[in-house]
Design a protein around this ligand. Structure first.
Ligand SMILES: NC(=O)c1ccc[n+]([C@@H]2O[C@H](COP(=O)([O-])OP(=O)(O)OC[C@H]3O[C@@H](n4cnc5c(N)ncnc54)[C@H](O)[C@@H]3O)[C@@H](O)[C@H]2O)c1
Length: 265
C-alpha cells in the first residue's frame, strides 16, 4: 500500500515549479490531488499529469490571497474527493527592490499572497480536517524568512510571517489531530530563478552553498511528503530548511568560499 493511498490533498501554486513537483509527489504516493493556481492553463496541465498517474485531480483557478476564492478551494476539494487530509500552502511570488524603494502596493501584495493566502487556506482546510480529527498542513516558507535577505524585505517579512503562523497553528490545531509544519527552501532551480539570475550569478550563488549547487524541486517535494505523511504524527511546529546547509553555515560560508578561491577549487 502506498503512503498516501485514500488521502485527499490540496496544493496551492501547483501549476508549475515547486508546487507542481509536490503535487506529483503526493499523487505518486497514492493521493488524489486538487491543484490550485492563479493561472488556469498551468493548473489544468498539472491536473492532467496527475490523472495520467491514475489518481483523481481537480484543477481550480484561484488567487489564494482572496478570502472567498481561498474558501472555495477547500469547498471544491471536499466536493471532488469528499474530504481534505493534506494542505500544502505553496503559492507565492516575490518582487525584489531595495528597502527604500518598496512601494506600498508591492509590500501589501507580497504579504497578501504569502501570509493572508496561507491563513485563509489553512483556516478553511482545518475546519474540515477537525471534523475527522486528522490533518497535515505544510507551508512553504523560505530561508529568506530566517535571514535578512537583500532587496527582498517584503518577501522575507512575509515568509517570516508564515513561520509564525505555522507555530501558532501547531499549538491551536494539535487538539484536532492536525499537525502544521514548514519547509524553508534555499535557492531552487526553477524557471523563475533562471530567468531572474544571469548565468554567471547563478553559477556563483551555487558556490556559496555548502553542497555547491542549487536545490531541485523534487528535493522540496520530498521534504513536504515527509511532513505530510501519516507517520509524521508527532512532528508539529517545525520549520525545516532544505537549503544544502546554508542556514547552518551562516556567515562561515563566506570564509569557506574565500579559502576555496585561494586554493583554486
Ligand atoms: N524557487 C526558489 O528558489 C524558492 C526558494 C524559497 C522559497 N520559494 C517559495 O516556493 C514557492 C514556489 O515557488 P516557485 O519557485 O515554484 O515559483 P513559481 O513562480 O515557479 O511557482 C509559483 C506558482 O504559484 C502560482 N501563484 C502565484 N501567485 C498566486 C496566487 N496569488 N494564488 C494562486 N497561485 C499563485 C503561480 O502562478 C505559479 O504557478 C513560493 O512560495 C516561493 O516563495 C521558492
Amino acid at each position: 500500500m502506498a503512503e498516501f493511498d485514500g488521502q485527499a490533498a490540496l496544493v496551492t501554486g501547483a501549476g508549475r515549479g515547486i508546487g507542481k513537483a509536490i503535487a506529483l509527489r503526493l499523487a505518486r504516493g497514492g493521493a488524489d490531488v486538487a491543484i490550485a493556481d492563479i493561472n488556469a492553463e498551468w493548473a489544468e496541465a498539472t491536473a492532467e499529469e496527475i490523472r495520467k498517474l491514475g489518481r483523481r485531480s481537480w484543477a481550480a483557478t484561484a488567487d489564494v490571497g482572496d478570502y472567498d476564492q481561498a474558501q472555495g478551494l477547500t469547498a471544491g476539494t471536499v466536493d471532488a474527493f469528499g474530504k481534505i487530509d493534506i494542505l500544502v500552502n505553496n503559492a507565492g511570488t516575490s518582487k525584489s527592490a531595495p528597502f527604500l524603494e518598496i512601494t506600498k502596493e508591492s509590500w501589501l501584495a507580497q504579504l497578501n499572497v504569502h501570509m493572508s493566502g496561507t491563513f485563509y487556506c489553512s483556516q478553511a482546510a482545518a475546519k474540515d480536517m477537525r471534523t475527522r480529527g486528522y490533518g497535515r498542513i505544510v507551508c512553504i516558507s523560505s530561508v529568506a524568512g530566517f535571514m535578512g535577505p537583500i532587496d527582498l524585505a517584503a518577501y522575507g517579512a512575509a515568509k517570516a510571517g508564515v513561520i509564525g503562523l505555522v507555530r501558532a497553528m501547531a499549538l491551536e490545531l494539535g487538539d484536532y489531530g492536525i499537525t502544521a509544519n514548514g519547509v524553508a527552501p534555499g535557492p531552487i532551480d526553477t524557471e523563475l530563478l533562471r530567468s531572474a539570475w544571469p548565468a554567471d550569478v547563478y553559477a556563483e550563488r551555487a558556490e556559496h552553498i555548502p553542497v555547491r549547487r542549487l536545490g531541485k524541486v523534487e528535493e522540496i517535494a520530498h521534504a513536504v511528503a515527509f511532513f505530510a505523511s501519516p507517520e509524521a504524527s508527532y512532528i508539529s511546529g517545525v520549520i525545516m530548511p532544505v537549503d544544502g546547509g546554508s542556514v547552518a553555515a551562516g556567515a562561515y560560508m563566506v570564509e569557506k568560499y574565500r579559502r576555496r578561491k585561494k586554493a583554486g577549487n
